[in-house]
Design a binder for this molecule. Structure first.
Ligand code: SF4
Ligand code: FES
Length: 343
């Protein structure tokens, strides 16, 4: 069947959602997703980040849908016409969704481990407004340990349910979920139980914000100072395919590999994630492909370690010749002395 999204028409299989169709076209057209997570059954429909306008429902019934619809749970009809980035109402509504998600979310990015890879940070940067209208006190919770390696900071949770589906679908015996309702809703374990099974660490990877963090990595580095590398190991419990994150020569964390939508492609076991923190534990495959718009690709840490390429050295020599006083410390050379002071 045919669907048109932002003036681009494509053929899709029956049952395809608007989100899946938009992703087939590419990231420029795909709506943002804060709760939808393709590998997890039942995800989506919670956050409303992906609302789009359907200007024609189908070829048979081309009336527009009266309200904006969530792209992640709305199936495409033959001849449907959808507007995402080209519709003013959609863009205006997203500002409101960002505001809503930030109602109780602390603006603590400077001290949050997720900064730099936080989907809410990206969402508010791309779709939000720069000011806030709320003065009310936010919901606050004390951080809780969910077992030895995972910390929950409920203040940051946006109740997307991804961690709940992950625990449900890839681990045995889920012990955490969403307790209470509405403004009182919170992620919690049943009577303060620890989340303790071989795949529990994956909840950290699926969390779009910094609500679930890896205690073996917390505060070790900002993500843009580390270098992700694809690696694998022999593992009986999982595929052993992971991304390992270096700071200098040290492996500071291990995560599942993610696709271009930030979704884990191979869920890894806790042994690989929390215990294998030496290069010798891994067979290195090569640098992880990081999207160019990500702050991680700036690779600030690597910039200090990489030897200057020949043209840079050549330029440095030229600077010396003309006695330029610009800061060249990053090239590892001293400023040239004024001619009169040279011996
Ligand atoms: S803890 Fe993270 S993954 Fe779980 S519901 Fe909250 S935001 Fe979503
Ligand atoms: S991504 Fe569609 S409702 Fe959350």
């Amino acid at each position: 069947m045919k669907v048109t999204i932002d003036n681009i028409t494509l053929e899709v299989e029956p049952g395809t959602t608007i989100m899946q169709a938009a992703r087939m076209i590419g990231p420029e057209v795909a709506p943002p997703a804060m709760c939808y997570y393709e590998p997890l059954k039942g995800s989506g429909g919670k956050c409303r980040a992906c609302l789009v306008k359907v200007t024609a429902g189908s070829e048979k019934d081309p009336r527009p849908m009266p309200k904006l619809v969530p792209a992640c749970i709305t199936a495409v009809q033959d001849g449907m016409i959808v507007e995402n980035t080209v519709n003013e109402d959609v863009l205006e509504t997203r500002k409101g969704i960002v505001e809503f998600l930030l109602l109780n979310h602390p603006l603590d990015c400077p001290v949050c481990d997720q900064a730099g890879e936080c989907h809410l940070q990206d969402f508010s940067f791309e779709h939000g407004v720069s000011s806030t209208r709320t003065v009310e006190e936010r919901n606050t919770f004390e951080p809780t340990d969910l077992g030895p390696n995972i910390q929950l900071n409920m203040n940051r949770c946006i109740l997307c349910y991804r961690c709940v589906y992950t625990a449900d679908q890839i681990t045995d015996g889920r012990v955490h979920g969403v307790m209470h309702r509405g403004d009182h809703a919170e992620i919690s374990t049943y009577i303060e139980k620890a989340i303790d099974n071989d795949f529990s660490g994956n909840v950290i990877d699926v969390c779009p914000v910094g609500a679930l963090t890896d205690k073996t990595y917390r505060f070790k580095s900002r993500v843009w100072f580390s270098k992700p590398v694809d690696a694998h190991c022999e593992c009986e419990k999982c595929s052993g395919k992971a991304t390992i994150w270096y700071k200098g020569d040290e492996v500071i964390r291990v995560t599942g590999r993610k696709n271009m939508w930030g979704e884990v492609t191979d869920f890894i076991c806790n042994g690989c994630r929390f215990d294998k923190k030496k290069t010798a534990d891994w067979v290195i495959e090569g640098p992880t492909n990081v999207s160019r718009h990500s702050v991680i690709s700036a690779n600030k840490y690597g910039a200090n370690l990489i030897k200057p390429a020949f043209p840079v050295l050549q330029a440095a020599r030229d600077y010396k010749q003309i006695n330029d006083d610009r800061d060249r410390s990053f090239l590892g050379i001293q400023p040239a002395l004024p001619k009169s002071k040279k011996k």
